[in-house]
Ligand binder design. Structure first.
Ligand SMILES: C[S@@+](CC[C@H](N)C(=O)[O-])C[C@H]1O[C@@H](n2cnc3c(N)ncnc32)[C@H](O)[C@@H]1O
Length: 231
């Protein structure tokens, strides 16, 4: 993973209680550093045990601010601050229909499920079959049985469940895939890392009735989007 120093693999040693303490401390840290403001997102991050979405040999590093490798090609679980970094500007909230492009470990999907609650819908598309199966197992073990997990090129979206209130693309693209903008409802928001030269800008798009507004949130470093709209 370019630009990140990944700690070496090792057998897990931490107990449930230790992970729980780390999770609470991480949520406090996210609030203190201004990443986390929404009470629903905060409760979701406190609820979902991130360590259960990480391969055994990296599990002890669950709450470190580094992405960690996952089964499959070029798949990673993003660092902990990435989730409020995406979900806060999106304004992800109760009742939303949410599409995620890049399921990875399934952790972000579980957090989104907690945020949107039973009145919302969560769809996640993953291109890598090995990564998809890893996430599916994690989510089932964690008790999430009402997610729509799709194998395919997420750049094409998933029109069957559209329109979406919110879309998050968790891999870097050259341009925001047009099918995703089409599948966003009027008034909806999409967030994605977009390549500009050597820089990836986390870009927030809002689809108005007449015009589309874009703004850059910050610089980020993500794995590349694969598929038709790949970088
Ligand atoms: C940074 S990881 C996602 C992290 C994930 N949100 C999590 O919580 O673990 C990016 C993921 O996007 C997937 N991906 C890349 N291109 C894709 C595409 N065109 N469609 C769907 N998934 C894609 C990768 O296989 C990888 O699993």
């Amino acid at each position: 993973m370019r630009g990140w120093i990944i700690p070496p693999p090792k057998g897990p040693t931490k107990t449930r209680e230790e992970f729980e303490q780390e999770r609470t401390a991480k949520v406090r840290w996210l609030v203190r550093h201004g990443y986390l403001k929404s009470e629903r997102i905060k409760q979701a991050l406190l609820k979902v045990p991130r360590e259960d979405f990480i391969p055994r040999l990296y599990r002890d590093y669950a709450y470190l601010e580094v992405p960690l490798p996952l089964p499959g090609e070029h798949a990673t679980i993003s660092c902990p601050h990435s989730y409020p970094l995406f979900y806060e500007p999106l304004g992800l909230d109760e009742g939303h229909r949410f599409l995620e492009v890049g399921l990875g470990s399934g952790y972000g999907t579980a957090v989104a499920r907690q945020v949107v609650g039973p009145g919302g819908v969560v769809v996640s598309v993953e291109i890598d079959p090995v990564t998809l199966e890893f996430a599916r197992r994690n989510l089932e073990k964690a008790g999430y049985h009402d997610l729509i997990l799709v194998k395919g090129d997420g750049g094409l979206g998933y029109p069957e469940q559209s329109p979406y209130d919110r879309i998050a693309v968790t891999a870097a693209c050259i341009e925001i895939p047009p099918p995703l903008i089409e599948q966003l409802r009027i008034g909806g928001r999409l967030i994605a890392p977009v390549l500009e030269g050597d820089t990836q800008n986390l870009t927030l798009l809002e689809k108005g009735g007449q015009a589309i507004q874009r703004q850059v949130v910050c610089e980020v470093l993500y794995v590349s989007l694969r598929g038709i709209y790949g970088s």
